[in-house]
Write a protein that binds this ligand. Structure first.
Ligand code: NAP
Length: 292
């Protein structure tokens, strides 16, 4: 079994982006990071994004509206950022407070600045295999992890657990694309799928993105499969200072020995998400600069 080291692969991407940004004349890329409220996980995710941006030479503008911001006020803020010529990318950290329609917010971000890739147009471009758009960061990160680990999906059965707009659906579309590294035969499973284990056991590549701690057990995995664990779950653990430990959607101790390759949690898909956000921001800056 070989571990797919997301930290190392993400660090390589960050180093490449740093070189690319250093070589660009003029104004550096800029990302606006909008975090509504004080959700502790969001605080730490935005801090990590800010830190990685600084490492690459991307300017970040952190905007912290209160939890009580109305949807209309948030739209006004996004409209200002959409038209601000010094901002290349906009990220609205999810989750948003319950009174705000998250999908409407994703749609409000201008497609040219939608470095999170959640806007309708950018999701559509993934389906159309139009590379001028922005691919959502976690799915893009999964494809990059596979490519840089030498895993070619051509002719292989890819089973995706989960059909969310943020992970499951876009990663399934990417694996299906008619291009080098992809060309997978894809099955998507969800909470209404019957005989789930019979399907997962057929997977040459299993991508688990359901948000259920250690759901995928050894009896669900074909020996020699590649397993990508997207899940980030907090499990109570009194031996930890925090009172919890982070675990994926895969029961790592029993599944890992069966696999040819597997991503750990933490240190697998997570670091790739931030690296791909930066890659999208640097791309947005290049496209805007080229367009004049
Ligand atoms: P989500 O929006 O809650 O979607 C979960 C999906 O899993 C849904 O499609 C759901 O089916 C399906 N599902 C739930 N229970 C199931 C079961 N027992 N059997 C089969 N399918 C089941 O979650 P998400 O946003 O895609 O995130 C999934 C996980 O990835 C979470 O742990 C999240 O924290 C993690 N994540 C990690 C990163 C990262 O950077 N590492 C980024 C994003 C998300 P239905 O559609 O039928 O409800």
């Amino acid at each position: 079994m070989e571990l797919i080291d997301g930290n190392a692969i993400a660090a390589a991407i960050v180093a490449e982006l740093k070189q690319e940004v250093a070589a660009r004349p003029g104004r550096k890329p800029c990302i606006a990071l909008v975090r509504v409220g004080e959700d502790p996980a969001s605080v730490s995710y935005v801090r990590k994004k800010e830190k990685t941006a600084a490492e690459i030479g991307v300017t970040s503008r952190v905007i912290l509206p209160p939890e009580t911001i109305s949807q209309a006020e948030l739209f006004t803020l996004l409209d200002e950022l959409n038209t601000d010529p010094t901002v290349d990318g906009i990220l609205v950290q999810s989750p948003l407070p319950k009174h705000i329609d998250e999908l409407a917010v994703f749609r409000r971000v201008s497609p040219e600045k939608d470095v999170d890739g959640f806007n309708t147009l950018n999701l559509g471009k993934v389906a159309q295999e139009d590379e001028t758009g922005f691919v959502a960061c976690t799915p893009a990160g999964i494809m990059e992890l596979l490519a840089r680990s030498g895993v070619d999906l051509k002719g292989r059965h890819v089973v995706v657990l989960g059909r969310s707009l943020i992970v499951g659906k876009p990663v399934a579309l990417l694996a299906l694309q008619k291009k080098a590294g992809a060309n997978g035969t894809v099955t998507i499973c969800h909470s209404a799928t019957s005989n789930l284990s019979a399907l997962t056991r057929q997977a040459d590549v299993l991508i688990a993105a359901i948000g259920r701690a250690e759901f995928v057990t050894a009896d669900m995995v074909k020996p020699g499969a590649v397993v990508i664990d997207v899940g980030v779950n907090r499990v109570p653990d009194p031996t930890k200072k925090t009172g919890y430990r982070l675990t994926g959607d895969v029961h790592f101790p029993t599944v890992a020995p069966l696999c040819s390759r597997i991503t750990p949690v933490p240190g697998g898909v997570g670091p790739m998400t931030v690296a791909m956000l930066m890659k999208n921001t640097v791309k947005a800056h290049r496209l805007r600069t080229e367009a004049g």
